[in-house]
Design a protein around this ligand. Structure first.
Ligand SMILES: NC(=O)c1ccc[n+]([C@@H]2O[C@H](COP(=O)([O-])OP(=O)(O)OC[C@H]3O[C@@H](n4cnc5c(N)ncnc54)[C@H](OP(=O)(O)O)[C@@H]3O)[C@@H](O)[C@H]2O)c1
Length: 297
């Protein structure tokens, strides 16, 4: 990579940021596109967020990805926020066009593409269980309710009121198309909600056909944890999508696989959301296969 006076800078802000795979993924894409760009990680403490965003404009940084813990807080420093990001309440991509800073949320496209192309789920089941009610879960539930034909979503969360609030908020957006419930993440509720699916993809609202983990439980370094500990709740017609990508096989995936459940990690979601961010900044189609390979190597 050649850095010179014409190099365009893009990057990611987060706290901490050292673990991020985004620089590897984006710089591989930049190389494949043959453009004079460079993607850098910036560790930004919460108290420095406003200065960092001012610096983005001052320094002419073309685009930034935004990760934990800044996704919500950054919104107030932007001139425009996309309807999707606004509905989710989180921005993960900023585009700097000089006078104007625009915020987007590419996790929506990331999860949908990961389920479609990564997990090979052309048609999603009628019932989906989402574990977690934080920022990632908000994007996932929004994507499932607004873009897909999923009819029933159960949000299971450690803090029950948060799951209930998210369910109520998203159900308004779903305009009666999708029934959304918020419940606790206890063993009995998990068993009831996962149930037993019908044949093929889930054909009943009794059992879920897909479960998505949107909590950090099981993520490196606490790899011995899992949001669901009892493997007997899994039935083989279920598909598991774990948004965690480090480690590549989480304990949750291991438990599910032990019951014959097809299980996928979050690397595809990472690659597809990253590809969409790069497209927003460059206006050019991103080499998503190169990005997938970069994060999987
Ligand atoms: N693959 C990708 O591209 C991608 C993109 C975005 C996020 N992610 C993944 O999503 C994860 C969550 O991110 P986020 O932004 O949603 O975080 P967040 O806003 O902090 O939300 C965390 C969620 O996890 C739950 N949780 C945390 N610790 C728990 C524990 N010990 N037991 C049970 N539940 C627990 C929280 O429950 P409470 O409400 O009870 O606190 C909350 O629902 C990340 O760690 C990352 O692995 C992946």
């Amino acid at each position: 990579m050649k850095i010179d006076g014409n190099t365009t800078i893009v990057g990611v802000i987060g706290y901490p940021i050292a673990h991020s795979l985004s620089p590897r993924m984006h710089n591989a894409a930049i190389q494949a596109l043959g453009i004079n760009w460079c993607y850098l990680p910036f560790q930004v403490a919460p108290e420095n967020l406003e200065k960092a965003i001012e610096g983005m404009q001052g320094l002419g940084i073309r685009g930034l990805n935004v990760t934990v813990p800044h996704k919500q807080a950054v919104m107030r420093f932007l001139d425009w926020v996309s309807p999707e990001a606004s509905a989710i309440g989180a921005v993960n991509t900023i585009l700097n066009e000089g006078e104007r800073l625009s915020g987007y949320n590419t996790d929506v496209e990331g999860i949908l593409a990961a389920l479609r192309f990564g997990a090979d789920l052309e048609n999603l089941p009628e019932k989906v269980v989402v574990v977690g009610a934080g920022g990632a879960a908000r994007g996932i539930v929004y994507a499932l309710t607004t873009v897909t034909d999923v009819r029933h979503i159960t949000i299971l969360n450690r803090t029950i009121p948060k799951a209930e609030r998210l369910a109520a908020e998203m159900e308004k957006m779903a305009k009666e198309k999708t029934e959304i419930e918020g419940k606790g993440l206890d063993g009995e509720t998990v068993r009831d909600e996962l149930g037993e699916a019908g044949s093929g993809v889930c054909e009943t609202t009794q059992g879920a056909g897909l479960v998505i983990n949107a909590t950090p439980v099981g993520m490196y370094p606490k790899v011995d944890c899992s949001p669901i500990e009892d493997p007997s709740v899994f039935h083989p017609r279920l598909v598991l999508y774990d948004t965690i990508y480090s480690p590549e096989e989480t304990k949750l995936m291991r438990l599910a696989r032990s019951q014959g459940v097809k299980s996928f990690n979050g690397l595809d979601m990472l690659a597809y959301q990253g590809a969409r961010s790069l497209e927003i900044w460059t206006g050019t189609k991103a080499p998503v296969e190169v990005m997938r390979e970069a994060v999987m190597s």
